[in-house]
Structure formats: structure tokens, C-alpha cells
Design a protein around this ligand. Structure first.
Ligand code: EPZ
Length: 436
């Protein structure tokens, strides 16, 4: 199992190009099932998660061609015919977002058998809202032996759907099914994350009629069929936010090219409040910190446009070295502080009670061997390592590989001393956790 070693203390100077968003790319790949024509996705990130979903789609009959186009990596997905509408446990468990193939499979073929994803390291993460929405659209759903059996032999029908709370996945899943349903679907209390607008833009390019994506009310007028299209994946706001925090903790000046400042405004505002310099540039965002210690700031995670839960761990790493005490509330997932004990092993002073963590800034962190159980927690340890004294070794790098493309290369290009150690290392636990 690979590890990442970080020799702390180097300031960061340079440019980090931001890749296409993982959490958009995997829903866009699922959207390709809705048509028998090719869907070409440009600005595609090359990640373990996109590979996992690709392996699942191939089982349904999808042909996948990857190439390096003029504007970077691209993937064309083409499913002339759905040859099987079964998504087995082993593949859905590996990446729970692959559950979102259920809606497109029902919409295209009228039936599907898809494994329930189960819980994951950051919370129980039920899919009840997904299933209720699909039922509202007319699918008959049976749960049996860990699988969802869905039937809609006469097709799906538009419906009025009101979510009791905001869910990114359920909003996307509803969209993915409703575009081919007969009549109008209205989604109330829809998630507003940029990945939803990106999915809607791609679906509309394929001939769908979706209005209001990115706002709490989304209207879909069903169409009989969709066609092929070319769509550029939106930049990864979580990757951009992560490197913004990396620059703030290490000090120096970094340009995040391709990042969209408006997608990470809540984070950038917190960085400014803490004392970092942030400026929008014509091709991205610039983050600068010279010398002075940052101030502690409080935050609460919230659905977009609030502070993203996927950036909470990284910001906590930053706060471990701030002046004063920071209160961090996690409101989206019930178990998303697993990075706190690992940061404490590096000398951080953190106490966690329920959904709230109190971080009292310390003068210095000390390198240690650390590991985490999910992607964003893992990268928070890399961030802490950038500022710690000595060499931090982060285990379970497969988590990072799920969602960060060429992490060590991107950081090293800015002067960080980060290297990958390949091969086995004595390390407790196994690789069996699931997550997003
Ligand atoms: C997406 O997960 C992202 N994953 C997550 O990123 C992200 O943290 C999350 O949205 C919130 O922004 C992908 O896009 C692949 P939710 P998702 O449905 O869609 C509860 C990462 O690191 N809920 O908005 O699963 C749920 O348990 C990952 O890239 C239900 O109760 O998130 C959670 O508490 C981690 N029933 C809350 O809603 C449901 O049917 C919000 O979850 C669905 C969700």
C-alpha cells in the first residue's frame, strides 16, 4: 500500500491547475446511460473513482474511450444498448455514488437491480430520499437481500417532489430519472451545489429540458429521448479549496488556475477572516500568506452556498496552528471528525463533542505517522504535514487517489517536499471501507 511522505516547513510558490470535479464527473458518467449516442466529457479528472464507475458502466454495455484531447483529458461514453441492468454489491460498495445509476437504468430500460450502498466512514448515509423520489416518479421499488429491484415497465411519470432536507445525491438522482419521464417534474428544496447545475447543463446539451438547476426549485419537462453531446466537467471546487488551505497553512503565494472563486466563496471568506490574502484573477484564484500567524475563526458546514463539509477537515488542520480557539460545527454528516484524533497525534489541541469540535491553536505541529478513513480527512493530514516539524507519513493513500489527481506532483511543483512511497508498509486495518 502506498504512503505519502511530507517534509514540513517549505513555503509554496507557483501555480496549481485545478482538475475537473470528481463529484460532477461521476454523475455525468451516469447520465451517459440515458442515451444510445456517445457523450463526450472533456476536462475529465483521472481518478480511482472515475475508474470504478467506468468498470460498473462497462457491465451495462457502455463503451469507454479515454484520450488526451487538445483541452486536456477527455472520456467518451457510449451505451448503444443496455446489455445488463444489474449493479452488483462489490462495485457499488467500492463507490457509493455509483448507486445513482439506478435512475438512468430505470428511465432507459424500465427495470434495474442495484445494490444498496450501505453506510460509510463519515455516516450512515441512507438513500431513502432517492428511493422515495423514484417511487414518486412511478417506479415500483422492492428491497430484497440488500438490493433494490425497480420496475417501471410503462416508463416514469413526472411528479411534484419535495425533499424534507437538502440532499445533493437525491437531487441529482431525481434529475437523472426525470429527464426521460413523461410530463413535468418539479423538485422543491433541491440542492444548489454547482455539480447540480453542471449536471443539468450536460443533460440540456443532450436534449433534456431542465430549468432552475442551482436554485432550490428545479423544473424538468420530460422528453422522449436524449441525444449525444460534448460537455466540459466543471472545475473541482473541493480540490481548489483544499489547495487554497494548503497555501494558507504553508505560507507563500499560489495561483489556482481554472478554479472558480464563486464556487468556494464561503471558504475564501473564512481564509480572509483568518488573515490570508485572497484575490480573484482572470483565470482563477490567488492565495497568499506572508509570515504572520493566522487568527482562529469559527465555522459551520452547510449546504451550498454555505461552507462545504468536504472542506471541513482541511480547515480544521489550518486552525490547529491559528492564534486562539476555533469552533467547528459539522451539520451534514454525523461522523465527520475522524481526522481530529490523527491531528492530535501531531500535537493539535482539539476536543470533539457531538457535532462540534473546539480547536485551540498550538505554536507548532510535529510530524507523525498518520492515517485516515476517508478522502477529505486524508488530505487534511497532508495539509497538516506541510506545516509540521519533520516528516509526516500519511498511510492509506488509496483514499487520496479516489479524489485528488496527481496530488504530490501538484504540491511539489510549488516547492512542497511531498513524495509517494510505493509498496507495502506495516499499517493496521484493511482497505475495505466504503465512502463516496
Ligand atoms: C455528496 O454526497 C458528495 N458526494 C459528498 O462528497 C458531499 O460531502 C455531500 O454531497 C454534501 O455536500 C458526491 O457527490 C459523490 P447528501 P451525498 O445526499 O449526495 C442525508 C466527498 O468526499 N441523506 O447531500 O451522498 C445524508 O446521510 C463526498 O467527495 C439521507 O438521510 O450527500 C447526509 O447526512 C463525501 N437520505 C445528508 O443527507 C438520503 O436519501 C446530506 O447528504 C440522502 C441523504
Amino acid at each position: 500500500m502506498d504512503r505519502i511522505a511530507i517534509q514540513g516547513g517549505a513555503r509554496l510558490h507557483g501555480e496549481i491547475p485545478i482538475s475537473g470535479a470528481k463529484n460532477s464527473a461521476i454523475k455525468l458518467m451516469a447520465a451517459s446511460l440515458l442515451t444510445d449516442a456517445p457523450l463526450r466529457l472533456t476536462n475529465m479528472p483521472r481518478l480511482a473513482d472515475t475508474r470504478s464507475l467506468g468498470a460498473l458502466l462497462k457491465r451495462f454495455g457502455t463503451e469507454i474511450v479515454e484520450r488526451d484531447g487538445e483541452a486536456g483529458p477527455e472520456t467518451t461514453l457510449h451505451t448503444p444498448e443496455i446489455t445488463s441492468a444489474i449493479a452488483p454489491y462489490d462495485l457499488v460498495r467500492k463507490m457509493r455514488a455509483s448507486f445513482n445509476v439506478l435512475g438512468p437504468l430505470i428511465a432507459r430500460t424500465g427495470h434495474a437491480k442495484v445494490s444498496l450502498p450501505g453506510g460509510c466512514a463519515i455516516g450512515a448515509r441512507p438513500v431513502d430520499l432517492h428511493l422515495k423520489a423514484l417511487e414518486a416518479l412511478g417506479a415500483k421499488i422492492d428491497l430484497h437481500e440488500g438490493y433494490v429491484y425497480a420496475q417501471a415497465p410503462r416508463g416514469l411519470k413526472g411528479a411534484e417532489i419535495r425533499f424534507p432536507f437538502v440532499s445533493v445525491g437525491a437531487t441529482e438522482h431525481t434529475l437523472l430519472a426525470a429527464v426521460l419521464a413523461e410530463g413535468e417534474t418539479v423538485i422543491h428544496n433541491a440542492a444548489c451545489e454547482p455539480e447540480i447545475a453542471d449536471l443539468a447543463e450536460c443533460l440540456n446539451a443532450m436534449g433534456a429540458r431542465v430549468e432552475g438547476a442551482g436554485t432550490p426549485t428545479v423544473r424538468v419537462t420530460g422528453v422522449a429521448r436524449l441525444h449525444g453531446a460534448t460537455h466540459a466537467v466543471t472545475p473541482d471546487r473541493i480540490e481548489a479549496g483544499t489547495y487554497a488551505v494548503a497555501a494558507a497553512i504553508a505560507g507563500g503565494e499560489v495561483r489556482l488556475t481554472g478554479a472558480r472563486a464563486e464556487h468556494i466563496r464561503a471558504l475564501l471568506d473564512k481564509l480572509v477572516e483568518a488573515g490570508a490574502e485572497v484575490s480573484d484573477t482572470n483565470d482563477g484564484v490567488r492565495i497568499k500568506r506572508n509570515g504572520a500567524r493566522l487568527n482562529a475563526v469559527d465555522l459551520s458546514t452547510d449546504p451550498y452556498p454555505g461552507f462545504a463539509t468536504d472542506l471541513q477537515a482541511q480547515f480544521m488542520a489550518l486552525m490547529t496552528l491559528a492564534k486562539g480557539e476555533s469552533t467547528i460545527r459539522e451539520t451534514i454528516f454525523e461522523n465527520r471528525f475522524m481526522h481530529a484524533p490523527e491531528l492530535m497525534r501531531m500535537g493539535a489541541d482539539i476536543s470533539v463533542s457531538g457535532g462540534e469540535a473546539r480547536v485551540r491553536g498550538v505554536d507548532a505541529l510535529e510530524a507523525a505517522p498518520v492515517m485516515a478513513t476517508d478522502l477529505r480527512a486524508s488530505v487534511s493530514l497532508v495539509i497538516a504535514g506541510l506545516a509540521a516539524r519533520g516528516e509526516t507519513v500519511v498511510h492509506r493513500v488509496y483514499h487520496l487517489d479516489r479524489g485528488f489527481e496527481r496530488l504530490e506532483a501538484k504540491l511539489s511543483a510549488c516547492g512542497a517536499q511531498v513524495r509517494r512511497i510505493t509498496g507495502d508498509a506495516p499499517e493496521p486495518g484493511s482497505e475495505t471501507e466504503t465512502e463516496d
